[in-house]
Every structure is written in structure tokens, then in C-alpha cells.
Design a protein around this ligand. Structure first.
Ligand code: PMT
Length: 399
């Protein structure tokens, strides 16, 4: 598996809103991620954007009229509904949302949704007053009650000039919602997986910290992959520049002590803990209350004390997975950590290897287990590595 969308059949319904331009970006991102996308435009959508735009991206016919003799829907009006792995309506106007709530089927989008067994994701986009109207809010609640994923809307400046709720969520966020909908019946459905990410920051004074090179990418990829297999993913993250992944429960922490407390609380009811964070082994023994002044001497000594070992001390989950970031003796060091920390799996990465370790989008890892098993994986994206780890976690949770 390369992405959550590889080989998936996505039906993208586009309704008449100025946010149609975002649907073009979403469509392009889905195609680039490996999905086959069939686009349906309502009459109103064609006033904002042309079918040719989507046809050029998808290289597939675009449906604008259910009775169009050229369309496969004219022969079999539920063809797309049956083929779809997921149906997405983005942007979804207040009018289309109302029709969906009523169960109407008077155009190709509403007909497809009424007939599909696939998960449905709806991304509302409308003026703030239309969104705030009790009729719209009730209709959205009705869709949610029926198991439809409603992504957004977001708050911000609207085309009318108003400021409020009604902006369509950004396509990159919507991808997360769609991936989660696709995987909601996956092998980790009903499981709670806690993942740590990023490099902890240990304060020396109010403006300076000791930290490391972790970007958080590995941990975030595991959280997204767990979500995309149906898990309730809980991410405990040290500061990173990454946006919170949609539909992941995120807890922001700074130091190792804060991470220890958050992980312990999150693991109370969890099935598995995966520690991808680079936790500082030591913290300043006496962080200064005020910014430290430059002294007269050429050197400065800071006294450090040991941080708790979060992975070793956290109890309660059925499965525990550690990561070993090594620069030498990769497997021997990882094996020692697996024994010392009493965990089920250790993911060893040589952080000096090209394309592996800190900051990059790929990783090259070896997974070792308690029985002496060694799984040496080729270089792959961190999202793919995440799935290989979760394959093992799913197996352990089943056994
Ligand atoms: O974030 P990226 O830029 O994507 O980089 C990914 C990564 C290199 C950070 C990641 O793949 C990785 O290797 N993470 C673990 C790094 C690390 O701290 O390794 P360690 O060998 O020092 O620690 C071993 C394990 O114990 C780790 O699971 C660590 O989270 C855990 N630990 C360590 C110290 C401590 N006080 N408490 C812990 O729980």
C-alpha cells in the first residue's frame, strides 16, 4: 500500500458554491494519491466550474445529467453508487444537504448517495447565516446520525465578506476525513492506539530548551495510518511544525515529564502504545526562573538529571512498541532496549542512513520482536512503515 487511496474508487459530487475551486484541488490530490475519481457536477456547479476541468484531471467522463445518453448513469442510474468505495460531496451546499437529509434523489449526486452502501463524506460550504439557520444545523445533525461523516465547515472569511462558520475545509484536511471513512471497518476498528511523536523540549530557562532533531513525521504517520485502519488514534506530541491530523485525538506537550503524564492518562483504556517520540533522556536539574545572562567565563555547565523512561514505566496496554534511533550497532542496541524496556516490538532505525531517521518523509527500519524475529524492511515512506508496524500490532492484538 502506498497511500490510503491507492486503487480506491472515489465518487466526488460537486455542488454550486464558490468553494468549487477547492474541489479541483481535492480531485487532483486524490488522483495523485492513486484514486480513480468519478466526478458528478450539479447544474449549479457548472455555473462555477466546467466539466472539462475535472475531465482533464481525472481522464474520465464527468456526469452532469443523469439522463445524458452518453453517461453510464442513463443506462444504470446507480452504477456509480455500486462501484464507489467512498462518496464525497465537496463542496456541499445547504440545499444539497437538505435534500440528503430528506432522502431526495432528484439529481445524480443525491441519487448516488441514496443508493450507495459506501461511506459518505460531506464537506459543507455556505454563507454563515445559512449555516447558522436551525434548518441547516438540524439537517447536518440528521446526516451525522445516519453515519455520514460531516467534515467542517471551518470558520473564517466567507465570499460574502461575512466572518463566521461556512468555509469548506481545506482539501488536505478533507483527505484525512476521506481516508478515515475508507478505513473505518479496518482491522483496528474499535481499538485505541496511543502514539507519541516529536522531540521533547527540556527548558534551561524561560527562552532556551534542550531538544533533538525529531520532526514528528514518523509518529504523525503512525497516527494517520492507525486512523485509516479504523482505530481511535491518540497522538501525544512534543512541539512540531506539523498540522494536527484530522480525526486524530491530539495532546500537545513539551517536556518528557509532560509527555509521561499525558501518555499515562491516554493509555488507561488503550490497546497499544507506540513510542516514536525522541524523548530527552535528561533534563536540566535547575531550570532558571529568568533568562540566564551571559557569564564572564568561556564555558557554562548545566547540571542534568535523568528523565523517567516513559516506555518502560507505562502499564496497561496489551501491546507496547518502541523505536530505537541508532548511529551504530543498530540491532544489538535495539535488542538490548527491547529487553530492558520489556516491550513486544522494537523498530530500529539507523538515523545516519540516507533517507532514514530525522526530518525526511521516508524511513528504513528493521522490526525486531521478543521471539528473536527480525524483519528488515526496504526504504519506504513513513506512512508505509507505519502500516508495516501496525500489521504487527494488529496481529499481536488478535493473538
Ligand atoms: O520525528 P522524525 O523526524 O520523523 O524522526 C523519527 C525518529 C528518528 C525520531 C523515530 O523514527 C525514532 O527513532 N524515534 C525514537 C527515538 C529515540 O528516542 O530513541 P531512543 O533509542 O533514545 O529511545 C528508545 C525508545 O524509548 C523510544 O521508543 C523512546 O520513545 C523511548 N523513551 C526514551 C527515553 C525516555 N526517557 N523515555 C522513553 O519512553
Amino acid at each position: 500500500m502506498k497511500t490510503a487511496f491507492d486503487g480506491k474508487k472515489v465518487v466526488l459530487g460537486v455542488t454550486g458554491s464558490i468553494a468549487c475551486y477547492k474541489a479541483v484541488d481535492l480531485c487532483s490530490k486524490l488522483v495523485q494519491a492513486g484514486a480513480q475519481v468519478d466526478v458528478i457536477l450539479t447544474d449549479a456547479a457548472t455555473k462555477f466550474i466546467t466539466p472539462l476541468t475535472f475531465r482533464s484531471i481525472t481522464h474520465r467522463p464527468v456526469v452532469t445529467d443523469i439522463f445524458d445518453a452518453e453517461s453510464e448513469l442513463s443506462v444504470e442510474h446507480v452504477a456509480l453508487a455500486e462501484r464507489a468505495d467512498v462518496v464525497v460531496v465537496a463542496p456541499a451546499t445547504a440545499h444539497t444537504i437538505a435534500k440528503l437529509a430528506l432522502g431526495l434523489a432528484d439529481d445524480a449526486i443525491t441519487t448516488t448517495i441514496l443508493a450507495t452502501a459506501a461511506p459518505v463524506v460531506v464537506a459543507p460550504a455556505m454563507d454563515a447565516h445559512m449555516y447558522d439557520n436551525p434548518a441547516t444545523l438540524e439537517n447536518i445533525e440528521t446526516l451525522k446520525r445516519r453515519g455520514i461523516t460531516v467534515a467542517g465547515p471551518a470558520k473564517g472569511r466567507l465570499a460574502s465578506g461575512l466572518w463566521g462558520w461556512g468555509r469548506m475545509v481545506e482539501p488536505s484536511d478533507l483527505l484525512g476525513h476521506i481516508a478515515a471513512a475508507l478505513g473505518r471497518r479496518g482491522d483496528l476498528a474499535d481499538k485505541i492506539i496511543v502514539i507519541s511523536a516529536g522531540g521533547t523540549q527540556e527548558a534551561i530557562d524561560p527562552v532556551r530548551v534542550i531538544t533533538n532533531r525529531s520532526s514528528g513525521k514518523m509518529g504523525y504517520a503512525i497516527a494517520e495510518a492507525a486512523r485509516d485502519r479504523g482505530a481511535h488514534a491518540v497522538l501525544v506530541t512534543a512541539p512540531t511544525s506539523l498540522p494536527d491530523p484530522p480525526l486524530v485525538e491530539v495532546h500537545h506537550v513539551e517536556s518528557a515529564l509532560e509527555m509521561r503524564d499525558a501518555v499515562a492518562a491516554c493509555c488507561e483504556n488503550a490497546d497499544a502504545l507506540i513510542m516514536a517520540a525522541a524523548v530527552a533522556d535528561y533534563r536540566s536539574a535547575n531550570p532558571a526562573g529568568q533568562k540566564m545572562k551571559k557569564g564572564k567565563g568561556d564555558t557554562l555547565t548545566i547540571s542534568l538529571i535523568k528523565n523517567p523512561d516513559i516506555l518502560a514505566e507505562t502499564q496497561g496496554t496489551k501491546v507496547k512498541v518502541g523505536f530505537a534511533a541508532e548511529t551504530e550497532d543498530l540491532l544489538a542496541n535495539a535488542r538490548q532496549k527491547l529487553i530492558n524496556k520489556n516491550v513486544h516490538l522494537f523498530v530500529a532505525n539507523d538515523v545516519t542512513a540516507p533517507g532514514a531517521g530525522f526530518g525526511v518523509d521516508t524511513n528504513k527500519v528493521t522490526i525486531i520482536d521478543r521471539d528473536g524475529g527480525v524483519e528488515d524492511l526496504p526504504i519506504m515512506t513513513k506512512y508505509e512503515v507505519a502500516h508495516r508496524i501496525l500489521d504487527r500490532v494488529a496481529k499481536l492484538l488478535k493473538s
